[in-house]
Design a protein around this ligand. Structure first.
Ligand code: 4AZ
Length: 241
């Protein structure tokens, strides 16, 4: 995160770290149950190569194994394009622990974030929050989780022309002082409604470098994929009796 601040230890309760082959490579958002939302470009269809880390704050700290989940399945959007980053969205299904909460042991530092159901829930100009362990202003990967407020920006196609697609949106600030960056990918952009309910409105996806004036960060527009998320999570629900 460029222009961010260090988060409090339990501030961003839905933030997860996605680890591939032992290395934390991306962020993600916990949706509840056995589901984590991330970017398609963060994963491969190889569940055994991945772990999901919960209630992590310092990336390089040793963590209790109870907060590390194995992955049962990875669902990458069928129209994801690795060249243009269109449909850059994936769902990670965690392995069942058979515990009270199916996939996670009870932990007061973890809570789920809601999936938006309508593209009209938030508008350009609204202030939302990004978070991650990605690069900062001087290009260093963060150790502590960073967060920043960003503004939803209208007419993303004006900045990115034909690279823009309906499933994308722009956020940041027009001065380029605040942005997501490499390593934040897959992590959440979260907006709160007037009732205080938090929604994962965007997924960190790409952009023209980081913190460049006139080139805001590009995010997957989660509301655009509501039906896809519902289909995947309901078809693959773990039936409990
Ligand atoms: C990246 O390389 C990346 N400023 C992620 C986000 C942004 C740019 C690049 C947005 O993963």
């Amino acid at each position: 995160v460029v222009g961010g601040a260090v988060a409090e230890r339990t501030q961003i309760q839905w933030q997860v770290a996605v680890q591939e082959d032992g290395v934390i490579s991306c962020g993600g958002a916990y949706l509840g149950g056995c589901w984590v939302l991330t970017a398609a470009h963060c994963v491969r269809p190889k569940p055994e190569a991945f772990r999901v880390k919960f209630s992590l704050w310092q990336k390089r700290s040793r963590q209790s194994t109870t907060d590390i989940s194995f992955v049962k399945n990875i669902f990458i959007h069928h129209e994801y394009d690795a060249v243009t980053y269109r449909n850059d969205i994936a769902l990670i299904q965690l392995q069942n622990l058979g515990g009270v909460s199916e996939c996670l042991l009870p932990n007061p530092a973890i809570s789920a974030v809601c999936v938006p159901w309508s593209p009209l829930q938030f508008q350009p100009g609204d202030t939302c929050t990004i978070s991650g362990w990605g690069r900062n202003k001087v290009g260093d990967m963060a150790n502590e989780l960073l967060w920043a407020n960003v503004t939803l920006i209208d007419n993303c196609e004006n900045f990115y022309k034909s690279r823009y697609h309906a499933g994308m949106m722009c956020a940041g600030d027009l001065d380029g002082e605040v942005d997501s960056c490499q390593g934040d990918s897959g992590g959440p952009l979260v907006c709160r409604d007037v009732g205080g309910v938090s929604y994962v409105w965007g997924i960190v996806s790409w952009g023209e470098k980081c913190g460049v004036k006139g080139f805001p960060g590009v995010y997957t527009k989660v509301a655009h994929y509501f039906e896809w998320i519902r289909r995947i999570t309901s078809w693959n629900a773990v039936t409990k009796y």
